[in-house]
Ligand binder design. Structure first.
Ligand SMILES: NC(=O)c1ccc[n+]([C@@H]2O[C@H](COP(=O)([O-])OP(=O)(O)OC[C@H]3O[C@@H](n4cnc5c(N)ncnc54)[C@H](OP(=O)(O)O)[C@@H]3O)[C@@H](O)[C@H]2O)c1
Length: 252
């Protein structure tokens, strides 16, 4: 069902995106692995060499306007048109409305909201064009990583959370717009995942370890990746469109 499909995976240099690249290549899906760090993408390519699906790294910053078009074109040059796009790249921001660093708000909104909006538009336009050409016989998947804090308001993390609320609404709206073309637009809402995310965002790691102590074992990126792998391998007429997964012991 999935073998030979072609995927673009953003945020593939770390965490959930990296685990998705690993799960996909095991199934024979070819992966254009995107992120800013060329070195880390090269390490992912080396680690996954010899799998049924191949990895080609493509470094770049997702806040650049033509980012998605470049990724889709690179995948097409390599193997042909992509039929899976996983938007995993994202950033965190610690702090409350009063306590967060206001100098980082614009960067966060640019990366977590505007860049995702551009990715959704560019990918859905491309997928719709191909679906019109093949009558939607081939299913196409756009998978976006939201968050439990994009569903339930978090007083501790509202600035980051609000970018995820916005993304959740875009995903459902786009799902309604393109579903008749057999394009599945899927939202994945993880709770706490132990990845590079907390350190990259500058979260207080003592606080994070206390959370892990209270609510853990936390999810690992492979837990989320296995769900995404399951979603894209469903038959064309089946769409698991919105999945929330948490560590079992996480209350909110
Ligand atoms: N970890 C959690 O607890 C958790 C929970 C719910 C949702 N999420 C969401 O899950 C997604 C993946 O997070 P993760 O946990 O896998 O974190 P991660 O390990 O920090 O991975 C984030 C990825 O995003 C890429 N990235 C960040 N800014 C970028 C930019 N401007 N341009 C291109 N790539 C960029 C990073 O690559 P480079 O640094 O190489 O660019 C990295 O590959 C995010 O959307 C996050 O909001 C995470």
């Amino acid at each position: 069902m999935t073998e030979g499909r072609i995927a673009v995976v953003t945020g593939a240099s770390s965490g959930i995106g990296r685990a998705v690249a690993s799960a996909f290549t095991r199934q024979g899906i070819h992966v254009l692995a995107a992120g800013r760090s060329g070195d880390r993408l090269a390490a992912v390519q080396a680690e996954l060499a010899g799998r049924p699906g191949t990895v080609v790294p493509h470094s770049g910053d997702m806040t650049h306007a033509a980012y998605t078009e470049e990724l889709l074109a690179a995948a097409e040059r390599e193997w042909g048109p992509a039929t899976i796009f996983v938007a995993s790249a994202g950033q965190g921001l610690p702090g409350t409305v009063l306590g967060s660093d206001a100098n980082r708000w614009e960067e966060l909104i640019e990366a977590n909201y505007l860049a995702i909006l551009r990715q959704l538009r560019a990918t859905a336009s491309e997928f719709k064009k191909h679906a019109e050409a093949d009558g939607g016989r081939q299913v196409r998947d756009i998978v976006v990583i939201g968050s439990t804090v994009g569903r339930q308001i978090s007083a501790a993390n509202p600035v980051y959370g609000s970018t995820k609320f916005a993304v959740h609404s875009l995903v459902e709206a786009l799902r309604q717009e393109v579903c008749t073309h057999n394009i599945r637009v899927t939202l994945i809402e993880p709770g706490f995942v132990r990845s590079g995310f907390q350190e990259a965002a500058g979260y207080d790691m003592e606080w994070f370890e206390a959370v892990a102590e209270q609510s853990g074992p936390l999810l690992v990126p492979e837990d989320v990746a296995s769900v995404i792998d399951f979603v894209v391998s469903r038959p064309t007429h089946v769409h698991l469109d919105d999945i929330r997964l948490r560590p079992t012991r996480q209350k909110v």
